[in-house]
Design a protein around this ligand. Sequence first.
Ligand code: HEM
Length: 422
Amino acid sequence: MSEAVDNDLRNLDYEPDPYKVALESLDPAQPALFFHAAEGPYFDRLRAEDPVHLTPDNEEFGRYWSVTRYEDIKYVDMHHEIFSSEGGITISDQDEDFTLPMFIAMDPPKHDEQRKVVAPVAGPRNLATLEPTIREHVCEILDSLPIGETFNWVDRVSIELTTRMLATLFDFPFEERRKLTRWSDVATAAPGTGIVESEDQRRAELLECLEFFTGLWQERASRKEPGNDLISMLAHGQSTRDMLNRPMEYLGNLVLLIVGGNDTTRNSLSAGVLALNQNPDQYDKLRANPDLIPNMVSEIIRWQTPLAHMRRLALQDTELAGKQIKKGEKVVMWYVSGNRDPEVFDDPNAFIIDRPNARKHMSFGFGIHRCMGNRVGEMQLRIAWEEILKRYQKVEVVGEPVRNYSVFVHGYTELPVRLIGK
Ligand code: HEM
């Protein structure tokens, strides 16, 4: 991030104390809150006082409902016949002249048909094949890191690892893999916040992504034996093989797979380092018992909630926790709040690597859209921590993290660290 943009974001106005705002004016969809890690108290207040809450006029996102308690969020996610994903799954509306259809933003039957085609990439058979490849990449990345010097963990480890993983899933030309990182960042960026200058630039770069992947599609479609990669699956799948005739739908699904597989795991890998540094007793516990890694991975994903929300549109007038939601209104499921619901998680703000119900977290959602790549994400994190523990006494955080300026992608752009060898 450039220094000027960085300073602009740091100086943005926000009110850290939600109790200084009238309840009816409380509006959690403020990127500045998330940038400063100040969103928690807003959601604590909403869960306690107004768990299904209407914001009538957010400057950027318009009128929307916030659903903040675990059980209510789960209810919305499980009822796709009332709460539709059609038209977009983030709080911001898609531009009408640049719509990217993708199966996460579709309802049945089209959603189910398209998901079925690509789901095997994250299925048990492919997972077993992927494990040694992931471990190889993890070892190569970790072995290239300097001991005792400060560097940005996000770039050298989190981004590099998840980008390699994505390149493997797409069978993407390996040397050009950072294109995937760029497209992932561009897809979710707000113009003027350090990644792209304007909406025009964003669109132009996404169209370059489409052009590149069109070449890959043509090459994969021409093969008699379909490969085991995502593009081959789409190019040969019964309900997707004509998708190239609908280029924006191809681009939309690419963006889904790129962002889905990239930002989320990336931010979990950075979050683990930060959480262990903020909780040295948990780091000691982990060093003493590496068997806790799988449970810790779930706790990291709960604690971080890499995607802060998913949104739906009400298909009919309906009632939720005593509130009347009208047909057509936006309903935002704040996973980041459900994961801190004290009704479900004791001492919810604490990071506890052996928390008994960590796996109950809602970071992967529920219902028909439940994360397709959750096992792939978990596997990457497990292997990364297994190999980190073998090599270093500590990954020490030596400066302030820089967070994403976003109410959707909940993560980090910088995390300065220093490695302490064994
Ligand atoms: C820690 C890592 C990850 C997190 C936190 C995460 C989170 C999510 C969430 C919240 C959803 C929507 C759930 C809902 O609406 O109910 C989702 C869907 C999805 N994720 Fe992930 N994800 C992760 C990793 C991955 C990976 C590695 C991939 C690809 C290999 C992936 C691919 C997808 C896809 C394709 C969908 C759409 C599913 C559908 O609409 O049927 N995700 N993910």
